[in-house]
Write a protein that binds this ligand. Structure first.
Ligand code: NDP
Ligand code: 8X3
Length: 265
């Protein structure tokens, strides 16, 4: 907790699921002195979450809800300039915003779905990283700060019906690994966390709002909760500066691969 004190954390996709849980977990871990910038498209949700965090942990955590669509390069370019002075010295960027649309197989994949997945999961994540890196690089020793990218088991094991989503997460993995090499002479830590099955709004988004189809994904399973992943995110961010938890795969106990899930009969 002490290692996080005084830090400024930016979380993308903080309005739901893993990003929302990360906001609470950071706040609970360092309640005395922390600045949290919560971003997503749904600003009303961010404001509610900010209020809940303030009510739970008090004034030691300053929370800024900020509407941001990471798939819009202009918004990302203007992001740092929109930060009030006290939130500008960003220490940790959690690149969590991401989504999957549909289970279509080629040649039936909708162009709009393909574009939104790449523009959010890949271009959005890269643009956010490029927007924040100059802040990190301005620090001594070549720079310091943490980039925590949320990948997926899908980036390691592509599956039928997920070709585009899997390709986006493989791209996250390649970008993350290359970036770590590019920043080897700095104190900037580039870390990736790859969850398996986590019950969030992820499947509701995948099935275009069809709750019954989303629920069926988790039927007979015991999926991870978004808090489980948030604990790992906060763990990697709060190690000693010389410790880089570079690459982490997290499953529930009944999962052993993408779609390799044991269901209760
Ligand atoms: P949720 O749907 O619950 O949360 C996704 C978040 O991303 C929301 O806060 C959403 O906010 C935000 N988001 C989506 N598009 C944009 C955008 N263009 N700009 C800004 N924010 C955006 O799903 P999860 O919490 O599960 O997903 C979080 C991450 O975890 C994703 O990268 C996902 O791929 C990854 N993941 C999820 C797994 C799972 O099984 N759930 C497994 C492995 C990885 P808003 O709509 O308000 O913009
Ligand atoms: C989410 C995990 O395997 O459902 O990234 O695509 S999977």
């Amino acid at each position: 907790a002490k290692r996080l004190e005084g830090k400024t954390i930016v979380i993308t996709g903080a309005s739901s699921g893993i990003g929302r849980s990360c906001a609470f977990e950071f706040a609970r871990t360092a309640p005395r002195d922390l600045r949290l910038v919560l971003t997503a498209r749904r600003a009303d949700r961010l404001r509610e979450i900010a209020d809940q965090i303030r009510a739970e942990v008090g004034d030691g955590v300053r929370v800024l809800p900020l509407e941001l669509d990471v798939s819009d390069p202009d918004q990302v370019r203007g992001f740092v300039d929109r930060l009030p002075e006290e939130f500008r010295a960003v220490d940790v960027l959690v690149n969590n915003a991401g989504l999957v649309k549909g289970v279509a197989r080629a040649p039936e994949i909708a162009e709009a779905d393909m574009n939104i997945m790449f523009q959010t999961n890949v271009t959005g994540l890269i643009n956010m990283t490029q927007a924040i890196l100059p802040i990190f690089k301005a620090r001594p020793d070549g720079g310091a700060g943490d980039i925590i990218n949320i990948g997926s088991i899908a980036g390691r094991e592509p599956y039928a019906g997920g070709s585009i989503y899997c390709a986006t997460k493989a791209a996250v993995r390649a970008f993350t690994d290359a970036l770590r090499k590019e920043l080897i002479d700095t104190r900037i830590r580039v870390m990736e966390i790859d969850p398996g099955q986590v019950e969030t709004e992820f499947s509701i988004v995948r099935y275009y709002g069809d709750k019954a189809k989303a629920d069926a994904v988790y039927a007979g399973c015991d999926p991870l909760t978004p808090d489980d992943i948030a604990e790992v995110v906060v763990f990697v961010a709060s190690r000693r500066q010389n410790v880089v938890v570079a690459d982490t795969l997290v499953f529930p106990s009944h999962q052993a691969g993408a779609g390799v899930i044991h269901r209760r009969q």
